[in-house]
Design a protein around this ligand. Structure first.
Ligand code: HEM
Length: 432
């Protein structure tokens, strides 16, 4: 079981796990609880967040070298102090300041795709990864960050992700907080690639050399106004890396899976094209169009249901507790899996079908049955940013192109830190 989990966590789930149930496994004094009942999901993520706010040791250890005490893996006082700061900076009210990065970067991609010789096979995942990296890099670090620096951070993150494990074996062996990952030369190289770029850009901002309205700039200005925040170079680097990491891969995975699903559902693709034409005509979609692109939003929401970019939310119990009728021991691992919850056969009608229409007409899912952005106090700080970016990028690209899968290639989801198609998504691009 451990070996399977280390390789691909989702492959351990069996038919029964896709029902409304809470299951547990015990071994070596450890308890693993999987919660797949909406009311109990609420209990863990919202009602008793104070007892379950801490991320799993595997997640904390996997990310600490890159994110330090950054919001994603911090808890307690650090999280409480930083959450309002980061939330404010990526808040939906700031979208008008950052949406032009989404529009411009996607239009650059339109130009690039227009020049591709017919039939060229490209990797849809890498294309979407490049696009969302450029958008979030420009938003976080400012316009001056070039494609080389953004690429360097993404490649560093990617190789880092390939080297870390889904499991911290030291936790299984009795160390409640796991132990730090062994810094192999390859891991060190990946860390250095990411840090070198981020440190340089963060130092420029701290020295006042870059007042560009970027997220880093906003963080520095907050610090100057409120020195008690204590945002030194290290803290700035950690929060910048956190926003970059949290916002890049997730959105790239969403767009990649949306192309995959649309390519297999011509009726949905037709409806999407018709809506874009009705709302935008032949003018490229902009932020102002997003509220009118209801079908496009439904496609993204349904994509997030079937392929939630964060398929597992791992938490560690601080004190003994009781979830449903299961007694939880201190330090137990609680897993809530949006993957399981979104395909729960007791909750969803045709759970494995791609039906964007289910999200139209004011549909509201059963509370706590649909949580691609998590829920409760630790809900994704960039929810509106990520949702808007996904809708806008999809609309701009779908107005001009169809994406087709290369025949004969089996697409399988692989769960590392995010859920992506294993080995990428080979596709061809077809002008409309
Ligand atoms: C479709 C895109 C996205 C999805 C599906 C997504 C999903 C999530 C999820 C599930 C979490 C909680 C993880 C957990 O509790 O273990 C999270 C946290 C977070 N996300 Fe997102 N995210 C997306 C885009 C973004 C973007 C664009 C940003 C920033 C611009 C962002 C910033 C954050 C931050 C800062 C956290 C940590 C919040 C905290 O712990 O208080 N995310 N995201």
């Amino acid at each position: 079981m451990l070996l399977l989990v280390r390789k691909d966590y989702l492959s351990v789930f069996r038919k029964n796990d896709y029902r409304s149930r809470i299951s547990q496994m015990r071994g070596l004094g450890r308890q693993l609880v999987v919660v797949n009942v909406p009311e109990q999901v609420k209990y863990v993520l919202a009602t008793r967040n104070d007892n379950f706010e801490r991320k799993s040791p595997a997640m904390r250890r996997a990310l600490e070298y890159l994110l330090g005490d950054g919001l994603f893996i911090s808890d307690g006082e650090t999280w409480k102090r930083r959450r309002p700061l980061v939330s404010d900076i990526v808040h939906k009210n700031r979208l008008p300041d950052f949406a032009h990065h989404m529009e411009e970067s996607t239009l650059d991609l339109v130009k690039r795709w227009s020049l591709l010789p017919a039939g060229t096979v490209i990797d849809g995942l890498a294309e979407m990864g490049g696009l969302t990296a450029e958008i979030i890099a420009r938003a976080v670090f400012g316009d001056k960050i070039g494609p080389n620096d953004a690429g360097e951070i993404v490649e560093g993150f990617n190789s880092f992700q390939g080297l870390v494990d889904n499991v911290n074996l030291a936790y299984v062996a009795g160390f409640d907080n796991g132990i730090p990952l062994l810094k192999t030369p390859r891991l060190k190289r990946a860390i250095t690639r990411v840090r070198t770029v981020i440190d340089r850009v963060a130092s420029n901002h701290l020295e006042g050399k870059a007042q560009d309205g970027s997220m880093l700039d906003l963080l520095v200005r907050r610090q100057q106004k409120n020195p008690e925040l204590g945002l030194d170079l290290r803290a700035l680097r950690n929060e910048a890396a956190t926003i970059f990491m949290a916002g890049q891969e997730t959105t790239a995975a969403t767009l990649t899976w949306a192309w995959y699903l649309l390519a297999n559902a011509p009726w949905a693709e037709d409806a999407l094209h018709a809506e874009i034409e009705r709302v935008c005509g032949h003018t490229p979609p902009t932020l102002a169009d997003v509220p009118k692109l209801e079908y496009c939003r439904a496609v993204i929401e349904e994509t997030l249901r079937l392929y939630p970019p964060v398929p597992l939310l791992g938490r560690q119990a601080r004190d003994a507790d009781r979830i449903g009728d299961i007694d939880v021991i201190p330090s137990a691992l609680i897993t809530i899996s949006p993957w399981l919850l979104h395909r729960n056969t007791d909750i969803w009608n045709k759970p494995n079908h791609f039906i964007p229409e289910r999200f139209l007409g004011g549909f509201r899912p059963v509370p706590y049955s649909y949580i691609p952005f998590a829920s409760g106090p630790r809900i994704c700080a960039g929810l509106q940013f990520g949702l808007t970016e996904s809708i806008l990028c999809l609309a701009i690209l779908a107005q001009r192109f169809k994406v087709r899968l290369v025949p004969g290639i089996a697409v399988r989801p692989a769960s590392r830190l995010t859920l992506r198609p294993m080995g990428g998504l080979p596709v061809t691009i077809h002008p409309r």
